[in-house]
Design a binder for this molecule. Structure first.
Ligand SMILES: Cc1cc2nc3c(=O)[nH]c(=O)nc-3n(C[C@H](O)[C@H](O)[C@H](O)COP(=O)(O)OP(=O)(O)OC[C@H]3O[C@@H](n4cnc5c(N)ncnc54)[C@H](O)[C@@H]3O)c2cc1C
Length: 381
């Protein structure tokens, strides 16, 4: 067993870290304050191959494994949670669904444009009335000849207004509930599809999050992804890898918080000495390092399992559950170590704390992760 990264993954880590620290970090706080999606960074993400991480080279992607994806998301998150969420959701949800379940024609139609950033991917499962109970959706797709007509409202959709193609889950056989849901790829700009509300959020403020409305949106059967009525079952597989990326995002935020806390604790003097001399501060730092290392082991295990062909839903949920709760704790402790200054917007730590909280909610709340883990252990439905 080897816990060190090989040469390829070390190089990817260095490249992603240099990009994040030099080209993202200097702007991240202003993007957050402006609550603006930074579209100017998209060409650079594409140039580095970060928009087609798992897309095979034949479709213009980087053809990398899930561990590389995890490392890239973590490094970007150290600088900016919002941009990391963009990269994670673009690669791990919309693009991943087309990659995993699209036919050859669909892959050729969308993957090259997703890899270059000409299009960003969105993925629309959640609705105003169905979140954790995602299969309780109300959006419908009704067949008319070789066409489909979609009607419904999706909620909290990342890249919902800046995206180019959105994978939409809709009921095709409503009486069969979760076995009657199908996925469709709908290009932004299709008549009847429109973002109806930009959501103002606690954190992840420069990530685009909208409510998306579908009113008599007509698309061809060649935009159906995967088998009829199998969309929800496919979705569960997409969410497994997606959860690894949210766990990686959390890890990046937590690591950044620890770095900031250590720097500040060595610099800040009270009672005539650096506050790092106080045991109370030392214990917080020790807990942060220990929990982040434990989270990393869970995250990298899940990332490696994701490409092994074995089932890894439990491990993905464990990684997401633990890493996201550790990240919030680490950011909270880092803010505490910064004292009153941590509570101001002068220091980045408050942004990381706000961003970290999303990791306990998006792609399944912590409660849902505990359900997945418990059910897999107890073997109950
Ligand atoms: C910034 C952001 C980006 C997002 N991006 C996307 C996206 O791109 N695409 C997309 O489809 N969705 C997206 N989501 C939606 C996200 O996945 C949901 O918010 C999440 O799954 C929770 O659903 P909900 O908000 O409806 O909460 P609810 O399901 O209403 O949950 C409310 C509370 O009840 C708890 N709860 C619910 N059911 C149970 C249960 N059985 N047992 C115990 N507790 C339970 C929950 O854990 C939570 O604490 C995003 C959300 C946010 C905030």
């Amino acid at each position: 067993m080897d816990f060190a990264l090989d040469e390829l993954h070390s190089t990817i880590q260095k490249t992603a870290r240099a990009f994040a620290q030099n080209e993202v970090l200097p702007h991240a706080t202003s993007w957050d304050r402006e609550e603006r999606f930074p579209k100017e960074i998209v060409p650079k993400l594409s140039e580095l191959g970060f928009l087609g991480i798992r897309i095979p080279e034949e479709y213009g992607g980087s053809g990398l494994a899930t561990l590389a994806y995890s490392i890239i998301v973590e490094e970007i998150a150290r600088a900016d949670g919002s941009l990391a969420l963009t990269v994670a959701s673009h690669n791990g949800l919309g693009t991943a669904h087309i990659l995993a379940f699209g036919d050859e024609g669909q892959k050729k139609r969308w993957l090259p444009r997703l890899a270059t950033g000409e299009m960003l991917g969105a993925w629309a499962l959640t609705e105003p009335g169905s979140g954790s109970d995602a299969a309780g959706m109300a959006t419908t797709a009704v067949r008319r000849g070789d066409r489909w007509v979609l009607n419904g409202t999706k909620m909290f959709i990342t890249q919902g207004s800046v995206g180019g193609v959105c994978v939409v889950l809709a009921l095709t056989t409503p009486e069969r509930k979760q076995r009657g849901i199908t996925a469709f790829a709908v290009e932004h700009g299709t008549p009847g599809m429109r973002p109806s509300k930009h959501l103002e959020k606690l954190g992840m403020r420069s990530s685009d999050t909208v409510e998306l409305v579908f009113e008599d949106v007509e698309i061809g059967d060649d935009q159906r992804l995967g088998a009829l009525d199998m969309g929800f079952i496919d979705t569960l597989k997409i969410l497994d890898r997606g959860r690894v990326s949210i766990a990686s995002l959390a890890l990046g935020l937590g690591e950044a918080a620890l770095d900031m806390a250590v720097r500040y604790a060595k610099d800040r003097k009270q009672f005539g000495k650096p506050i790092s001399d106080f045991q109370a501060i030392q214990w917080m730092v020790a807990d942060m390092r220990t929990e982040l290392d434990a989270a990393r082991l869970l995250v990298w295990r899940a990332a490696v399992l994701a490409d092994s062909g074995e089932r890894y839903s439990r491990e993905a949920s464990m990684a997401k559950l633990y890493a996201s709760e550790v990240a919030t704790r680490a950011c909270n402790k880092a803010l505490q170590i910064h004292g009153g200054y941590g509570y101001t917007r002068e220091f980045v730590v408050e942004r990381h704390l706000r961003d970290a909280k999303l990791c306990e909610i998006g792609e399944g709340t912590s409660e849902v992760q505990r359900l997945v883990i418990a059910r897999s252990i107890l073997n109950v439905a």
